[in-house]
Design a protein around this ligand. Structure first.
Ligand code: FES
Length: 124
C-alpha cells in the first residue's frame, strides 16, 4: 500500500534533527490526528542552505517530512514557498488516499519556517 519511495524515506529519513542556530523555525500540527512537524532552516543569500526536521507522527508524515527537506534544500525562499503538499506526495509516488492528510504537514511547516525567517529579517 506504500510506494518504495515512501518506505525508503520512512526507514531512512533524510535531514532529521534540529538546527540550534536556525534562521527560521516553522511548526505545523495536523488537525486530523494531532501529529506535529517542526522544520529548521539556515538561509544564505536567499537560498535554503541547510534544513532539518523533527516529526512526531506516523510513517507517512515522516516520509513526507524527509522528502520536503530534500526538495527544499538549495532552493530559493520563493521556490520553497511554491512547493505544495501535493507535489511532495507526488514525489513520493503517491500516498494511500486515507493517508493524504499526512502530507499536509510537510509543505506547511516549510512555509511557516520561511515566513518565520522573513519576519525575523524585517524585525516585525
Ligand atoms: Fe498523523 Fe499521518 S496520522 S500525520
Amino acid at each position: 500500500m506504500y510506494t518504495e519511495k515512501v518506505m525508503d524515506h520512512f526507514a531512512n529519513p533524510r535531514n532529521v534533527g534540529e538546527i540550534p542556530d536556525a534562521d527560521g523555525v516553522g511548526e505545523t500540527g495536523n488537525p486530523v490526528c494531532g501529529d506535529i512537524m517542526r522544520v529548521y532552516i539556515k538561509v544564505k543569500d536567499n537560498i535554503i542552505e541547510d534544513i532539518k526536521f523533527k516529526t512526531f507522527g506516523c510513517g507517512a508524515a515522516i516520509a513526507t517530512s524527509s522528502m520536503v527537506t530534500e526538495m527544499a534544500k538549495g532552493k530559493s525562499l520563493e521556490e520553497a514557498l511554491e512547493l505544495s503538499n501535493s507535489q511532495v506526495a507526488e514525489a513520493l509516488g503517491g500516498l494511500p488516499p486515507i493517508k493524504m492528510h499526512c502530507s499536509n504537514l510537510a509543505a506547511d511547516a516549510l512555509h511557516a519556517a520561511v515566513n518565520d525567517y522573513r519576519k525575523k529579517q524585517t524585525g516585525n
